[in-house]
Every structure is written in C-alpha cells, then in structure tokens.
Write a protein that binds this ligand. Structure first.
Ligand code: GLC
Ligand code: CA
Length: 559
C-alpha cells in the first residue's frame, strides 16, 4: 500500500451558495470564500471539494449545468475563480471540483439543440424514445426518477420523450454516443489545465445504461435501477476519463449510489484505479439517499458499526476509504445521530472522534466543524430544494400535510444548505445585505463559528485538535480495523493497528452513562495511554470505567 497525499489529507466540502456572501446580495460567492481562507487554514484542512460553481439555471443549484466552462455569475467571474485557486494553492490547499456528467441542464446548448428537431446533430447526446401505448401517451419504459415520478419527460415539439434520472430539467447524457465522452474529456482538460487537482464525480456509477433501456423490475423504490447502477460499460467509460485524469495525476472520488465493497474494489483497486476513491453510503442513516425511504430511517448504532466494519476491513490494504458524516444531501448529524439538545457538544465531538480515527480520507462538510444543526423549517415556503418539493408531493398523498411536513423537516437536504453561521450578528454574518437566498437557522445566535473560536471547549477546537493529531501521527491514518462489542447498542469500540502504532478507541453513543470493560484479549497488550477525549478528565489509562453520555476516548499503545 502506497502513502499518497490524499490518504493523509483532510478534505472540506464547500457548498458555495451558502458558504459566505462577499457582495451583499445574499448569495454565497467566490469573494466570500476567499475572505475565509484564513479560517480554513487554521482549521487545518488540505483540500476543498467545491459543490458546482458552474453556470446553472439552479433547478438543482448547480447540479444542472448549462455551461461546463463558465462560472455561475452569481458566484463571480473566471478571473476570481483563478485567483481563488492561486490563493488556496499558495496556502497548500488543493482544489477538487464537482463533475456532474450523468446529465446536463435542459438549458445547456447541447440540449437546446437536441430538443429542436429529431435530426439535429446533438439529438443523440441524450436519450430520446417514442412513448408506449395507444398514441404513445405512456413513457417509453417504467423507470422512476431519483426525485420520484417517471424518469421520462414528453416533448411536444418532436413528439418523443427524453430520459432524466433526476429532475426533468436534468436530461441524462447518452454515453453510447462516443462524441459525448469526447466533449467531457475536453472539459476535464479545461479545468485540469487551470490547475485544479481533481474531481468529485457526481452520481458517476449511473453513466452506463442497459442497451435498449428495457423495463425494470416493478415494485422496488427505484424502478429500472438494475439497468443503470454499475452498468456493464462503467469501466470502459471510467477508463476513458482516466486517459485524461492520469496525465495530470488527478484525484477522483466517485459518488456511488448503492455501492458495495466488491464493486468499490472493482473501481478503485490500487494499481488499477478507475477512480481514486468512492463515497459509500451504507453508514448513513439513509438506505436510499433520495426519496421517501430516507425520510423514515432512524439512526442505528449496530447498523453503523456493521457498515464501518465492512468498509474498513473490505478496502484496507487494497484500496482506500473515504470518511464522511455530512454533505449537501444529508440533514445534519447533530439531531439525527446524536441529540441536538442534551449534551449536544459532547455528541458532536463524539462523531468528530470517530471520523478522525478511522482509516480513509475524512471529509468535513461546511459548518459541521462547529456542530451546526438542522434548521427544520416549519413552512414549506422556506425550502428551496427540488428533491424536497418532489418528495413533499408524494409524501402528502401518503401521510397528509402534517405527516409530510414532519418528514421534510427531519430529512430535507436544505437542512444542510442553510447559510453558514459565522457569528451572532444580523444574518449570522453570512452576508452584509438584508436578505439571504435561504433563511438562516435561527439558532445562529448561540451556534456560530465566532462563538466556537472564543470557547476553548467548543466543537470547533476539538476538530482542530483531532486534525492536528491526525496530521502528526500516521497511526490515525493507516491501520487495520478490529471492533469489539459488536452487538452493543451503546458502545462502539475499536482497535487500529499499523507500523505507526496501535490506537484503541472507546465511544459511548448513548446519551446516558454506560459501563465499559476493556476486552479480555486486550489485557496482555500492555499499557495504553490517553491521547484525547471529548471530556477533560477521562481515565489516563485504558481501564474499566463508567463512560459518561457520548464520551469518546482515544488511547494509544505505549511503545
Ligand atoms: C448528486 C448530488 C445531488 C444532486 C444529484 C443530481 O447526488 O450530490 O445534490 O441532486 O446528484 O445531480
Ligand atoms: Ca453574493
């Protein structure tokens, strides 16, 4: 196994629209990001993944791209982007862009052309088909969209339907047409020549569809998914992307829906990487990260431990894991995995401890580092997200208005997309203007970055401490995974071993005390000393103890 920069790096995800507004219009932008570089350097991160900065009509806020080679004017200019990359590089921070190539916006030039006539040269950049049934009034097949409803949209102009696995404003690109890949490779080159260091590849494992787009097995959440998840041409397509990426030694992380360990190995095995790493979603409290299912799933420690074990052990020594709790598609973890009320700070630090003591590359999502909670707005009008609206329509039919809103409040992606709470001033210091594109979480008065800076016991300072520890000791980064008390509903206990030493991590996920005894096999392992804990006074040696609510302790074997 090779030591590579990305293995020892800490990533930070920026959702530009909500990070920091630099010109007072209430929308986050590049100028705002530049003003926070010092903050990011102090946090200790090494790389940033930017959610889309490209031109977009904002149906899905940048995940619907209308020009791959332009910066969204709301966020700034290309000159400002170049300046930002330069400034970040000067501070040793790498830049990873979002690559959204399963689909474009319906306002992309290619689609505007494609939809204009059946014989337009761009027609085959997308999937078009005749309807079924009498007069073709039914969609060409039974596939459903990730955002619920049919995955097909009818176009009167040419009397055919086009495929969209996401919103109807996000038509899927047709990779059976080699010209499409040619275009994408050129786009990659464009950004790599600018000096960006890699890409987070949006829903990348959906690129390869079954030829002929046959009907899917009915009765499952995503009808048709067996015809487009990890399809048989995936390696071919990823290999073509690698022809460009490898020239630049670019890093990639593939967002891979429903990925399993064997499939992840297929894509990322060291020495033959189609992707450098993938994001897996097993450990998130959602088993389908879009749609209704996610809205009903509750956090389960046993489920979490099982997925961590499977991925830590499954990839170790062969490939490389990514580690994350939050992103722009998930409601905040404080309030879902741990309480947002009682022992909130300890809970947030507990999750930080696990994130920073597993093998893999940790990703921190903006605001997570000071324990931001979900806003859970009561009123549907306060939401902006297309998936939220689509889910609401369906949920309302099943659960009624109140039942639907209850689920939206708990799970909407907008919970992660409220403006970053910088300080206790008006609009949380996100903007100097009077309005914000999305409402600020009203708890910004107490939970904000400035307050966290001033409090030595804050979640933020604990993140900084853990990041610094991970940087100074490779035992945090590399190492096998062995867990104990697998069936406990309170404890998560694991040992990590490598040439850099042995870590032993003891966590109480219960919001009340829990008894812990070191596993018998550990007794002869000699002495462990305390490295860090989210309580100031945890036992300085590994021993039987009554753990306090959410207590998390990291020990290391004496040399
Ligand atoms: C990815 C993005 C999500 C987006 C979807 C469609 O899952 O993370 O935000 O809506 O792809 O592009
Ligand atoms: Ca702005």
């Amino acid at each position: 196994m090779k030591n590579r920069w990305y293995k020892e790096a800490i990533f930070y995800q920026i959702y530009p629209r909500s990070f920091k507004d630099g010109n007072g219009d209430g929308i986050g932008d590049i100028k705002g990001i530049i003003s926070k570089i010092d903050y990011l350097v102090e946090l200790g991160i090494d790389a940033i993944w930017f959610s889309p900065l490209y031109a977009s009509p904002n149906s899905d806020y940048g995940y619907d791209i209308s020009d791959y080679k332009a910066i969204n004017p709301e966020y700034g200019t290309m000159e400002e982007f170049d300046e930002m990359v330069k400034l970040l590089h000067e501070r040793g921070i790498r830049v990873v862009m979002d690559l959204v190539i399963n689909h474009t916006s319906d306002r992309h030039e290619w689609f505007e052309q494609a939809r204009s006539s059946r014989d337009n040269p761009y027609r085959d950049y997308y999937y078009w088909a005749d309807g079924r049934g009498k007069d073709g009034i039914k969609p060409p097949n039974n596939w459903t969209s990730f955002f619920l409803g049919s995955a097909w949209q009818y176009e009167e102009r040419t009397n055919q339907w086009y495929l969209h696995l996401f919103d109807k404003n996000q038509p899927d690109l047709n990779y059976f047409n080699p010209k499409v890949m040619g275009e994408i490779k050129e786009i990659l080159r464009f950004w790599l020549d600018k000096g960006v260091d890699g890409f987070r590849c949006d829903v990348i494992t959906l690129l390869s569809k079954t030829k002929g787009l046959p009907n899917g097995r009915p009765g499952i959440a995503l009808v048709g998914s067996e015809h487009y998840i990890d399809g048989d041409r995936m390696e071919e397509y990823l290999g073509q992307l690698q022809e460009v990426l490898s020239e630049y030694d670019a890093f990639t992380v593939g967002e891979s829906v429903f990925i399993t360990v064997p499939k992840a190995l297929r894509y990322t095995i060291e020495g033959n990487e189609y992707l450098t790493t993938v994001f897996s979603f097993d450990h998130t409290a959602a088993d389908n990260f879009f749609g209704i299912k996610q809205l009903s799933k509750k956090f389960s420690l046993r489920h979490l431990k099982k997925s961590v074990r499977v991925w830590q052990q499954g990839l170790y020594g062969k490939s490389w894991n990514t580690l994350f709790w939050e992103n722009h598609d998930q409601a905040r973890i404080v309030g879902r995995y741990v309480s947002a009320e009682k022992n909130r700070v300890e809970g947030a630090k507990l999750l930080a401890t696990v994130l920073m003591t597993l093998s893999g590359t940790p990703f921190i999502y903006q605001g997570q580092e000071f324990g931001t909670t979900s806003a859970r707005f009561a009123d549907l009008d306060d939401y902006k997200d297309v998936e939220t609206f689509r889910s609401y329509t369906t949920l309302r039919k099943i659960f009624g208005k109140n039942g639907a809103m209850k689920r939206i409040r708990y799970c909407s992606r907008d919970n992660a997309r409220t403006p970053v709470q910088w300080d206790a001033s008006n609009n949380a210091g996100f903007t100097d203007g009077d309005t914000t594109w999305m409402k600020v979480n009203p708890n910004y008065v107490t939970i904000n970055a400035e307050a966290a800076e001033l409090d030595p016991d804050s979640v933020l300072h604990y993140y900084k401490k853990l990041i610094a520890l991970r940087k100074s000791d490779k035992a945090f980064v590399y190492g096998t995974y062995r867990d104990y008390y697998k069936n406990s509903r309170k404890l998560m206990v694991y040992e990590r071993e490598s040439e850099y030493g042995t870590l032993f991590v003891v966590c109480n996920f219960a919001n009340k005390s829990a008894n812990f005894t070191p596993p018998k096999s550990m007794a002869k392992n000699g002495e462990f000393h305390l490295v860090t804990s989210n309580y100031g006074d945890s036992p300085s040696e590994l021993q039987a103890t009554k753990l306090r609510p959410y207590e998390a302790i990291v020990y290391k074997l004496n040399k």
